[in-house]
Design a protein around this ligand. Structure first.
Ligand code: GAL
Length: 677
């Protein structure tokens, strides 16, 4: 359960009543009841209304609003209102504004215009949060706390002088003395040796590549600087309400923040998710994001905090979700561990930058709109799913993800800058090439359940561990992976792994030094491919191509499963297999085409014994959640055609109440949630 104050699947959205005259609120709560809304996030952008001038507070409206929600049985996910400072903060403290790498000051007028290291922002935010916590700690509508909003979304790092000073303090904590910093940063290179702490700066725009370890540490620091803000607010809230769950909303695969570190400090993981309805891979991307959220919380339930009913307004072209998509994608989130489905936002704005972003209540005549009908239907559906509260996913495959590696892998001055961990949501071409997507998609298509895991996590629950491009690897992680295979696990690693240590220094001793024995090979050098360049790979079924990268592999015990077809390295291994201890380690020394990767990954899963919960035709997603002897199967049809699914045993359809045996028919974009008997 997400919060004991809402012992149901949560349903609701961001509610911004300050944008509306109070008489509209009565209509809001009437509609909330009609849609079975049980929780709304309130106050996210209310700082200017709650504290119109420094130390002048106006809580009257929020008192009335929370009372009204309570009278109508709607609970509040009360925000700390610190996401967008009021204009007076910048007037009194211009130094609180963030500064970019190029020295450009980001001014008020949009949102999130604060430097994470600003003393004035920190002090003023803490003051406000203290007031809110004190005032509402005992309010009967309070069900959970929503800290700030999407930390780092627009401003994830700041290069101002206060940030520079804060960065130096962070570095002193990390390294203790300058000698160690000089060593870690490799400052013997290009005459970069530091003699005094105050010579050290954030990696501001420089003539050419900034020191890679400086860049990496600045990323670590920037994630930590925002985390300090979260921790401060959380501390205040915890002091006031020791039992009340606290969250801050994530943004999926968001590169700037190390979400493993963040999630460990949250009571509940929550996420904002805006798949692009015009992207054929949207269901895959969304599933991957949902699996990440479940994994970040160690398998505990999480909340889909924001999604849109129909359309966003921040892409170049904002395609709508077709009828049925919103319901299907919401149920997908629940299938993959969510116990709350919420939207940005409740009522569509009349003014401001988001007036063309869809909401639960559209601009006019909600009752006549298809989106409201869908909102109501989803509310009815979710009400029937209380029986799944506490049921968990059961993955036997883990894909490893470490933000430190992600940051280091994508720093400049590499053999190839085309190797990316995750493609941005607008990038279709990037999707196919991004290393995480290319190994997640085949598993999604085969309906093999997957967790994400940190390379230093306990991997013993898994049969197969997939290691995409673990370029940066700590000693602890290297030991962990070697142990996993030695103890009988199956592991699949892809190219450019095990190359550097946590300081981004090359691990000498033949690439990939820490995994050479486990993989039974040595890599002499890397061959990055040009844009559009391909090679062939020979071995396995049919003929295949590869692109992006080739490793020059010399086997040292590994068996060659496929080799390169052309070029000066023709005949050298591209894909290998090695037994190590009681386990087996596969290596992909290139980026094969999607067909090869799919067959290969699915073969490796089969050999490791990792399976789908049910055999279904393509385009159908099946996911199981289980708690004790309760077993719930989600069957989701992402396709354009109706499909028949053969069930393995009798089941109760929780959404319709019907008993199901044998064949289950699902309409296009149809979904069934089955309690297996
Ligand atoms: C999120 C944000 C919301 C709203 C939404 C629009 O990033 O938290 O406040 O802006 O996007 O899609």
């Amino acid at each position: 359960m997400i919060t004991p104050k809402v012992p149901h699947v949560i349903y609701g959205g961001d509610y911004n009543p300050e944008q509306w005259p109070e008489p509209v609120w009565a209509e809001d709560v009437r509609l909330m009841r009609e849609a079975n809304v049980n929780l709304v996030s309130v106050g996210i952008f209310s700082w200017a209304k709650l504290e119109p001038q420094p130390d002048e507070y106006d809580f009257g409206w929020l008192d009335r609003l929370l009372d009204l929600l309570h009278e109508n049985g709607v609970m509040a996910n009360l925000a700390t209102a610190t996401a967008s400072p009021p204009p007076w903060l910048a007037r009194l403290h211009p130094e609180s504004l963030p500064v970019t790498k190029d020295g450009v000051v980001l001014h008020p007028g949009a949102r999130q215009h604060y430097c994470p290291s600003s003393a004035a922002y920190r002090e003023r935010a803490a003051g406000l949060v203290g007031r809110i916590a004190d005032r509402y700690r005992g309010h009967p509508a309070l069900a959970m706390w929503h800290v700030n909003n999407e930390y780092g979304c627009h401003v994830s790092e700041c290069y101002c002088d206060a940030s520079a000073a804060h960065f130096r303090r962070w570095l002193e904590d990390r390294y203790g003395d300058l000698e160690r910093l000089n060593e870690a940063w490799g400052t013997a290179f290009w005459s970069q040796r530091y003699g005094r702490w105050d010579e050290i700066l954030p990696p501001r725009s420089a003539p050419t590549f900034a020191n890679p370890t400086q860049q990496l540490d600045f990323r670590r620091f920037s994630s930590d600087a925002l985390l300090e803000l979260y921790e401060t607010e959380k501390g205040i809230l915890r002091g006031a309400t020791p039992e009340m769950p606290i969250t801050t909303n994530f943004m999926g695969f968001f590169k700037p923040l190390d979400y493993w570190k963040w999630a460990a400090r949250e009571d509940v993981v929550s996420d904002d998710s805006y798949p692009d309805p015009s992207d054929p891979d949207a269901p895959v991307r969304a599933a991957m994001q949902r699996d990440l959220m479940r994994s970040l919380g160690g398998g505990d339930p999480w909340v889909l905090m924001e999604q849109t009913t129909v359309r966003v307004n921040w892409r170049q072209r904002n395609a709508p979700k077709r009828p049925g998509m919103m319901r299907l994608w919401s149920l997908q989130a629940v299938a993959r561990g969510a116990e709350g489905v919420m939207f940005f936002q409740w009522r569509q704005s009349k003014a401001g930058a988001e007036k063309f972003h869809s909401a639960m209540v559209p601009h006019s005549e909600p009752e006549e709109s298809r989106s409201w009908q869908e909102v109501k239907r989803l509310g009815e559906d979710l009400r029937k799913l209380d029986g799944l509260l506490g049921a968990r996913g059961e993955a036997e495959v883990a894909i490893l993800l470490d933000w430190n590696n992600w940051w280091a892998l994508e720093l400049d001055a590499k053999p190839s800058t085309a190797v990316r961990m995750v493609a941005p949501s607008h990038s279709r071409a990037g999707f196919a090439r991004s290393v995480l997507h290319s190994c997640y998609k085949p598993l999604f298509e085969a309906n093999v359940p997957v967790d994400f895991a940190h390379p230093e996590a306990d991997l013993s629950p898994y049969k197969l561990v997939v290691v995409p491009n673990l370029y940066l690897v700590t000693d602890g992680a290297a030991d962990n992976l070697n142990r996993f295979v030695r103890d009988g696990g199956s592991l699949l690693m892809s190219f450019f792994s095990g190359v550097v240590d946590e300081n981004d220094h090359v691990r000498l001793g033949g690439y990939p030094a820490p995994f050479r024995e486990m993989l039974g090979l040595r890599i002499e050098d890397f061959v990055p491919m040009a844009e559009g360049e391909e090679n062939g790979i020979v071995g396995g079924e049919g003929s295949h191509t590869c692109d992006l990268w080739a490793d020059l592999i010399h086997p040292e015990g590994a068996e060659t499963l496929a080799s390169f077809a052309e070029g000066f390295y023709a005949g050298m291994p591209a894909v290998t297999r090695n037994t190590f201890g009681n386990g087996v380690a596969y290596y992909l020394g290139t980026h094969p085409d999607a067909r090869y990767t799919k067959a290969f990954l699915q073969g490796v899963c089969a050999e490791a014994g990792a399976q789908a919960p049910l055999r279904v035709s393509s385009g159908v997603e099946v996911v199981r959640r289980r708690a004790g002897d309760v077993s719930i199967l989600f069957v989701l049809n992402h396709g354009e055609e109706a499909v028949d699914v053969e069930l393995e045993g009798p089941a109760l359809d929780l959404l319709t109440g019907a008993e199901r045996v044998g064949t289950l028919r699902l309409e296009p974009l149809g979904a069934a949630v089955l309690r297996e008997q």
